[in-house]
Each structure stands twice: as structure tokens, then as C-alpha cells.
Design a protein around this ligand. Structure first.
Ligand code: TRP
Length: 363
């Protein structure tokens, strides 16, 4: 009881099934569990700008897309604060103070930053803002005194960095910040859902995503052309499960009830896998099964989305209200930080009195 949740997404595109399996589904469960006092879901536009500063339109257009995706998955603005990062300017100030607590070499060792530097071939020409985004992410988390941060495993180095900053801040200035804990997806297949082409990750640039906002027919086509086992040519051939994208998706989405409903000739996923490996189960059959499950999962999301799409100004209002609440909370934390750091000059009557006394003999 009594925990505080914070997590967020960068507004650089529509959200896809990988986001859903890896985090959105979980967020809604956590929200509805009643186990948390406060929940904050952040649209990380400031962070998105660290590598899109030359494309502000991209970020601007996608803020509403992310909000719509969240709401359509069941994130409920009466239970959680949905907010926009840039609006909470307190976060920026906190980042500046945290910069004193982190070395350049530590940032260079951050595995996420490291691989992004390589991927983008930045070398020494990495923009300082991008280099420092783990510090800014520590502000996102600590400003809300989050106890639990539900994220994918790729974010683990960010939470680790945050924990180091919390430890350092608290031991230097006093116990102000709360130590956050990472919460990883519980199902292994959900940790990183591959793209429909079997590549390691769903990514917009690879064009291998199933979007939450895709219509029925688009989803069906994507599933029917999914990567399976290239050596499984005839139905009677034995098929492989490992690296077979359809089975990875089934691991992430299917339950025994789905078999009753859509594929009663098999009892459960293990049963289907066994038969597929022996031979005699065709790819079209497993794809149709997966399609039924994914359509069933996406249908309520699609319906809610179409309702919210009818009233876009209301969605912006939800974000504005959530941002106001987020600001208030971050403001409280920042106030405590400033006091602990002894930079609260004007509201500290004792400081003013002491300084006055120091000079009182000079008359
Ligand atoms: N880095 C996260 C991502 O790329 C987004 C993010 C920004 C975030 N600030 C956060 C996630 C704070 C959790 C907590 O998806």
C-alpha cells in the first residue's frame, strides 16, 4: 500500500503492440489495483527533443497520439495524472542540481547511452543534452517521489543511474529523495516483443510494428505475413518454436480460454507447440489463431480510441489538468531539495537573523 508510480513514453510516434505487451497493459492493471496512492504517466517531450530538437513538429504532433493511445488502453485520468514533461519546468531545475552529482565517465558507461552513441555514430559530437538525458530522467522519477517505475528492461540502466543520484543527494544534503525500484514486465515474451519480421525489436524505422491504432484489416495483413520458421515449408514438416515470431506473440498474448474459443482442437499453448514441432500444423492455422487473439485484444482499445478522437480538445484538457497536478507535486519536492541544499535564502528567517547578527557589531 501507499506506493507512487511514475513512468513515461517519448512522443515520437504512435504506440504499438510492443508497448502494450511490455508496459501499457501492466500500467492499467497497476492503476486499477488500488495499491498505489498516486500514479503519474508522463509524455516525455523534453527527452524526445534531445534527439529530435531539429524536428519539433514530430514531437508536437505525437503528444496527442500518445495520449490517445494511453486513454484507449484504459488509463483513467480520474485515477492517474497524465502530463507533459516540458510543462513541469521544475524538472529542468532539478536536472541542473543533479548534474553536480554525476561524472562524465559515469554517463559514458551508461549502457543505453553507450549503444545509442554507437548507433547514431555520434562519437565525441554527441549533443550535451542527449548525453545528459539519464540525469533528466532521474529528475522525472525523483520529483514525484516515485517508489515504483514500471519500464522495459532497456530502461534498467536509467533506473540504476537514478538510484545512484538519489543515494548521493541524500547522503550529501539529507534524506529528501525517495529510492525508486524498477518493475519489469513479468512475462518473458513481453520483455521485448520482436517485430513482425522477426527482428529483435518493433521499430518504426524498420516498418515491422503493429500499431494500437491500426484497423482490423491492416492488423490481419501484418499477422498473415509474419515471420515464422523459414524451414517449415510443408504442413507436415517439423516446425521450430525458437525465433518463430508467431509463437513469441502467442507467449505474450494467449491464454487457455483463447484455445476454447478459437482453436479447441488443442488444449493449451504447450500442446500446440508440441504438435507444431512434430509437424502437421500449418503456419496459416497459427497465424489465424494469433489474429483472432490480437483482434480481440485490440477491439476495445480501438473502440475507446474512436470515442476520444471525437473530442480532441477534451484530451488536451486532460493533459493540462494532469500537468497542473504534476507541477504541484514536483514543486513540493523541489522546495524540499532547495532547503536541503541551503539555497532557500528568502524564506529562511534564521539565516537572515544570523547574517544580521554577524554584522551587528560593525556599527
Ligand atoms: N526513457 C523512456 C523511454 O524512452 C521514457 C522516459 C522518460 C521515462 N522519463 C522517464 C520512463 C521516467 C520512466 C521514467 O521510453
Amino acid at each position: 500500500m501507499g506506493g507512487i508510480i511514475l513512468t513515461g513514453d517519448r512522443p515520437t510516434g504512435r504506440l504499438h503492440l510492443g508497448h502494450y505487451a511490455g508496459s501499457l497493459r501492466r500500467r492499467v492493471e497497476l492503476q486499477n489495483s488500488g495499491n498505489f496512492d498516486e500514479l503519474y504517466f508522463m509524455i516525455a517531450d523534453v527527452q524526445a527533443l534531445t534527439d529530435n530538437f531539429d524536428r519539433p513538429q514530430r514531437v508536437r504532433q505525437n503528444v496527442i497520439e500518445v495520449a490517445l493511445d494511453w486513454l484507449s488502453c484504459g488509463i483513467d485520468p480520474s485515477k492517474a495524472s497524465l502530463f507533459v514533461q516540458s510543462y513541469v519546468t521544475e524538472l529542468t531545475e532539478m536536472t541542473i542540481y543533479f548534474m553536480n552529482l554525476v561524472t562524465v565517465s559515469r554517463l559514458e558507461r551508461n549502457p543505453t547511452v553507450k549503444s545509442e552513441i554507437q548507433m547514431r555514430q555520434f562519437e565525441r559530437n554527441i549533443p550535451a543534452g542527449f548525453f545528459c538525458y539519464p540525469i533528466s530522467q532521474a529528475s522525472d522519477i525523483t520529483a514525484f517521489k516515485a517508489t515504483v517505475v514500471p519500464v522495459g528492461e532497456d530502461q534498467a540502466p536509467m533506473i540504476e543511474q537514478t538510484r545512484e543520484i538519489v543515494h548521493k543527494f541524500n547522503s550529501l544534503y539529507g534524506e529528501v529523495l525517495v529510492m525508486p525500484n524498477i518493475m519489469l514486465p513479468d512475462n518473458k515474451a513481453c520483455m521485448r516483443l520482436p517485430g513482425t519480421d522477426g527482428k529483435a525489436k518493433m521499430s518504426k524505422s524498420l516498418g515491422n510494428c503493429i500499431y494500437l491504432s491500426d484497423d482490423r484489416e491492416t492488423v490481419r495483413q501484418k499477422i498473415m505475413s509474419m515471420f515464422t520458421d523459414p524451414t517449415h515449408i510443408k504442413i507436415t514438416d517439423p516446425g521450430k518454436i525458437e525465433g518463430n515470431t508467431v509463437f513469441t506473440y502467442l507467449d505474450a498474448f494467449c491464454s487457455d480460454e483463447h484455445f476454447e474459443r478459437y482453436l479447441p482442437e488443442f488444449a493449451c499453448l504447450d500442446d500446440l507447440k508440441e504438435h507444431y514441432q512434430k509437424g502437421g500444423v500449418g503456419d496459416v492455422k497459427i497465424k489465424k489463431f494469433l489474429n483472432n487473439i490480437i483482434q480481440e485484444t485490440l477491439e476495445p482499445i480501438r473502440q475507446r480510441r474512436s470515442e476520444f478522437e471525437k473530442d480532441i480538445p477534451y484530451v488536451y484538457e486532460i493533459l493540462k489538468k494532469g500537468s497542473d497536478r504534476a507541477r504541484e507535486k514536483a514543486g513540493q519536492t523541489l522546495y524540499e531539495m532547495r532547503s536541503a541544499m541551503q539555497i532557500n535564502y528568502f524564506d529562511d528567517a534564521e539565516l537572515i537573523r544570523q547574517q544580521a547578527e554577524k554584522y551587528s557589531g560593525n556599527e
